[in-house]
Structures are given as structure tokens and as C-alpha cells.
Design a protein around this ligand. Structure first.
Ligand code: GLU
Length: 548
């Protein structure tokens, strides 16, 4: 019989194996409470898949009145970047996905289950490693890199599955004396799981999104603790999600293959595994084929880039939900006032095969998102965006007040709402002329139609300035404009124009007003613009506009 206690004592003389009292350091969570989390690595990347891996557990935890927490997985010291933690915290905040618990600033935690950063929890992983060794569920292994390479080569030639297991795991059942002697020699070792299954044994693992998955049960003695004392992701997941009371592991699909190992780890530690749910991968269509969206290669995968290009955080979330949950779009149309976060996701009903990312659709969803916002919401969001990405828009919006807000809101939520903003980058050009200073600059270069004499136009505009009455509704106003036009030789319609007496049509007249008021030919509806500009400004621009 192997003396696991003696081995554990020799390996971890200063480490306790009392994992129950470790658990006892933390308050029990209510039985019914759903606890989910996002556990990213601070690599300085923020990609759509990562956002989705925060969004879905956030949604699920909140709809179940649960807790969504944020843990930093920084055990891979090589991939870590200095500012990675603050970057992630800010990223979640930009999307309104602030966690209820977890790391909230570099070195600062909120919540009772910390520390929420793995590099500060090394003691806990060692306790679990020691505990598993004592139970005979894990063991120290001194296989060198060369030995492992040689073994893998041999396994390949012999068409055996690769890895350390069974006969390829010499330290698994080495005698107590042999192990103690090796420990005494001071050589570095790793701690491996003593896998409880053999090759060929299949088991079924439940997944809340995928349904049951039947697959090979773990038979490889996976490394749990590395020789530098850092845990592998698998051990850290077991320890952290157990101690933090996670009930639902909702994460990226790349972890689906690890579920058998993770559930086995919980079982080997005598603990109840959490529920698992794996979110479908984001795909891209290329040359008629689908492939996984690449966080490094595809620009549309980079969340920072999407934001810089004028997508709204709410638009991006709305888009992600559109490709993930087939019921979302209809729900959002029925509840235009509601935020995507109010939608109720059904894990079982989520897309489970792969969600195709298509920028045209993303633009369309962003447009719908911007169209749903109230005047002041749009103003606040555009202002926040401009403060990071667009100095001209920032200067324009900074003046604030109802005038610029109404300008921004022109024709929105009306019957003929043109939903003219697809991205935040569309705003500036469409409304800049409302600003008197910018209008003045634009009038210098305005291109007037050549067929009308400039003096004639100046007289006409000044005359119309005297006549303009902002109290008229759009129909009265247009009838009045036609009447006014008649006096200057503008026909009211095509039929009249064909009579041959006229110098133009009412449309040409409207264009002259438009140019004088805005300095550009492409504008929103004339009557609506004049309503927003107000009587005085309209009259002043009409009188001054033609002078250039
Ligand atoms: N650190 C892992 C990742 O960034 C987290 C996996 C998990 O959520 O369990 O993908």
C-alpha cells in the first residue's frame, strides 16, 4: 500500500490539506442562488468572443436574481500584460456588464469570496493538490520533457493515444520509498491527476446549451500543479469555482472538450460539479466556407476596433443576442423601449452550432439600436463616444442644450423616421450645419445652381425670410411655399412646369432655401430643420446666406 500521507507530508510540509475549513472561511451562498462568472486572462485583447463569454453569464445570472462575478485568470504569466486587468474592467464597464462581485480595480475586490485574482490564490491550489494526494487521487510525477517527448513519439508509432496514463505513467504507482527518495533529491515535479478511467470508457456529460454529450471519459493523468507551483487552468477552475460557489459555468465553446476532466476533478475531490453551458463559437464566412472568427486576424472580432468605428456598445450587444438567441429579435421589436439586458434568455434554446458574424447585419442591428434610443439617451451615448473617438463631434455636442439635442433628434420617432444613423460616425456630417459657426464656414464654399442669377436668389431669400411663419404645420407651410414660388416663377408641379412659362419647380425653390440654411444639398426634411432652427435663425440665415 502506498503511504499517500507520507508522500503529501514530504511534498507539502507547510501546506494544510483541510479544504473543508478553507471553504468555511467563506460565507455559504443561499441554496437557490444562481452564481455565474467571467474569468478572462489579462492578455490585453478584447474580442467579440470574450464579450459574449461575459454577456451570457451576466444575462443568465441577472435574470435568475443571481450573482455575476469577475475573476482574473493570470496564472499564465507569459500571456499577461501589465495593464490587462484595468483594461478588462473598463471593457466590461463600457458594455454595462459590471460584475456584482470580483476584481473592481487593480488589487481591489468587491465581494466575500476573494481574492478574485488567481496569482493571489496559490496557497489554495496547493491545499487542494495536497488533499488530492492524500486521498490517492493525485500523485507527483518526475517525467522529464525528454522522456515525455520520447514517449509521445513511441505512442504515435504504436498508434496509441498520446499522454501519461496507465503503463505510460511510471510514477502513478511507484513505491512509497521510491517517491520519498525522489522528493528528498529535491528535483522538480508536477502533480498529476490519477485519472479514474481507462481508454475506451465512455461517459455522458450534460451541457445546458448543447444537451448531453457522450464522449471518452478522462483517462490521461493531466497535470494539475506545475513545477513552478502554479496551477493549470483545470485545478484553478476546480478550486476557484468551488470556493466561490459558482453554480453555472457559462463559457466559450473552446472549453467544451475539458468538461469531462472538469466534472471528474470535482468528483475526485468529493464535490458536486456545477452546471456547464458552452456558448456556440462565432464564425465567419470566407470563400463560401465557414470558419471560426479569429481574435487576432479578423478586424470585426476586435471590440475596441468596432467601438472606434462607431458601433454602440448597446448595438454590439444587441447584435450578439440576435445571432445567439432566435427569439431575441422578435422580442426586441415588440419591446422597443426595453434594453437587451431585459430580455430573458433560454440557455437550452440558444444557438448551439455556431453563430455567423456578418458585418452588414451588425450595421443594421446597430442602426436599429440607435433608432430606439430617446433623444437624450442618444445624446448622452454619442457624447460619451465622441469624447473618446471624434473631436469634431465632441466639440459640436459639448455645447449641449436643447438646440443641438433637437438637431440630433431630427425626424426620429416620426412616421417617416429615416433612421439615418447607422454608426456614431454618421452623426457629425448630418447635423454639423445646425451649428452657426460651422454653417458660416460651409456657406463660403456653397455651390449655387447656375441657372439662377445670384441677385435674384438673394432677393428671393430675403423676401421669403419676411414671409416665413414657423407656426404653420408642414402642409400649410408647403402650400404657402408653393404660393410664394408662383410669384417668382416656380411651378407647383411637373404639369405646370411643362406649360413652359416657369423658371423652375417648387423643388428648385426648396433647394435654394436648403442651401441657404445649411450650405449643403443633402439634408433632413426642410420644414423639420426650420422648426428646430427657430424663426430668428432661419430668417437670419436666409438673409445672410446668399452673401457667402
Ligand atoms: N480563462 C479562461 C478563458 O479565458 C476561462 C475559461 C472559463 O470560463 O472557465 O477562456
Amino acid at each position: 500500500m502506498r503511504d499517500n500521507q507520507a508522500i503529501a507530508d514530504a511534498l507539502f510540509p507547510w501546506v494544510s490539506s483541510d479544504i473543508r475549513s478553507l471553504r468555511g472561511r467563506y460565507p455559504a451562498r443561499p441554496e437557490w442562488q444562481v452564481v455565474s462568472r467571467i474569468a478572462p486572462s489579462p492578455t490585453g485583447l478584447f474580442h467579440l468572443g470574450g464579450l459574449l463569454a461575459a454577456f451570457v453569464p451576466y444575462m443568465y445570472a441577472h435574470q435568475e436574481d443571481g450573482v455575476f462575478f469577475f475573476r482574473i485568470e493570470d496564472t499564465d504569466q507569459e500571456r499577461k500584460v501589465e495593464w490587462g486587468v484595468d483594461f478588462l474592467i473598463a471593457g466590461l464597464h463600457d458594455f454595462g456588464l459590471d460584475p456584482d462581485e470580483g476584481r473592481i480595480a487593480e488589487g481591489v475586490d468587491r465581494g466575500d469570496y476573494g481574492p478574485y485574482q488567481q496569482s493571489e490564490r496559490l496557497e489554495f491550489y496547493r491545499m487542494m493538490a495536497r488533499y488530492l494526494i492524500e486521498q490517492g487521487r493525485a500523485y507527483p510525477c518526475w517525467l522529464t520533457t525528454e522522456e515525455l517527448d520520447e514517449m509521445r513519439e513511441w505512442q504515435m508509432l504504436a498508434k496509441q493515444p498520446p499522454g501519461v496514463y496507465g503503463e505510460f505513467a511510471p510514477w502513478r504507482d511507484a513505491s512509497t520509498e521510491e517517491v520519498l527518495a525522489k522528493i528528498a533529491s529535491g528535483e522538480d515535479c508536477v502533480i498529476r491527476l490519477r485519472a479514474p478511467y481507462t481508454h475506451g470508457e465512455r461517459k455522458t456529460y450534460p451541457d445546458l446549451i448543447r444537451g448531453d454529450v457522450t464522449t471518452q471519459a478522462p483517462f490521461v493523468d493531466t497535470v494539475l500543479l506545475k513545477s513552478d507551483g502554479f496551477p493549470t487552468y483545470h485545478l484553478a477552475h476546480l478550486v476557484d469555482d468551488w470556493l466561490m460557489g459558482t453554480t453555472h459555468i457559462i463559457r466559450a465553446d473552446e472549453w467544451l472538450a475539458s468538461v469531462p476532466l472538469h466534472i471528474t476533478l470535482f468528483e475526485q475531490a468529493g464535490l458536486i460539479p456545477p452546471y456547464y453551458a458552452h456558448i456556440a463559437p462565432l464564425l465567419k464566412s470566407e470563400d463560401g466556407k465557414k470558419r471560426k472568427l479569429s481574435k487576432r486576424k479578423d478586424p470585426e472580432a476586435d471590440v475596441r476596433d468596432l467601438l472606434a468605428r462607431g458601433y454602440a456598445p448597446g448595438g454590439i450587444l444587441s447584435y450578439l443576442m440576435t445571432i445567439l438567441d432566435p427569439n431575441y429579435e422578435a422580442w426586441q421589436n415588440e419591446h422597443p423601449e426595453s434594453d437587451v439586458r431585459d430580455f430573458h434568455i433560454d440557455l437550452e434554446g440558444l444557438n448551439n452550432s455556431g453563430a455567423l458574424v456578418d458585418e452588414e447585419k451588425m450595421r443594421q442591428v446597430n442602426r436599429e439600436y440607435l433608432a430606439r434610443l430617446s433623444r437624450d439617451e442618444l445624446y448622452d451615448e454619442a457624447f460619451a463616444w465622441a469624447s473618446n473617438h471624434d473631436a469634431d463631434l465632441f466639440t459640436l455636442l459639448e455645447k449641449g442644450g436643447d438646440y443641438i439635442r433637437d438637431a440630433l433628434n431630427i425626424e426620429r420617432h416620426t412616421e417617416k423616421d429615416p433612421k439615418r444613423y447607422v454608426l456614431y460616425t454618421d452623426i457629425y456630417d448630418q447635423i454639423a450645419f445646425f451649428d452657426d459657426g460651422i454653417w458660416g464656414q460651409r456657406m463660403v464654399d456653397v455651390v449655387w445652381p447656375e441657372e439662377f442669377d445670384r441677385d435674384f436668389v438673394a432677393t428671393l431669400l430675403a423676401d421669403y425670410a419676411d414671409r416665413y411663419d414657423p407656426s404653420m404645420d408642414v402642409e400649410q407651410w408647403f402650400d404657402d411655399l408653393k404660393e410664394f414660388g408662383q410669384g417668382y416663377g416656380f411651378a407647383v408641379n411637373n404639369a405646370q412646369f411643362k406649360e413652359g412659362w416657369y423658371i423652375g419647380k417648387v423643388g428648385n425653390l426648396a433647394m435654394l432655401l436648403r442651401l441657404a440654411l445649411t450650405g449643403t444639398a443633402q439634408t433632413p426634411d426642410l420644414w423639420s430643420m426650420m422648426q428646430i432652427m427657430g424663426e430668428e435663425r432661419v430668417k437670419e440665415r436666409l438673409r445672410k446666406g446668399n452673401k457667402g
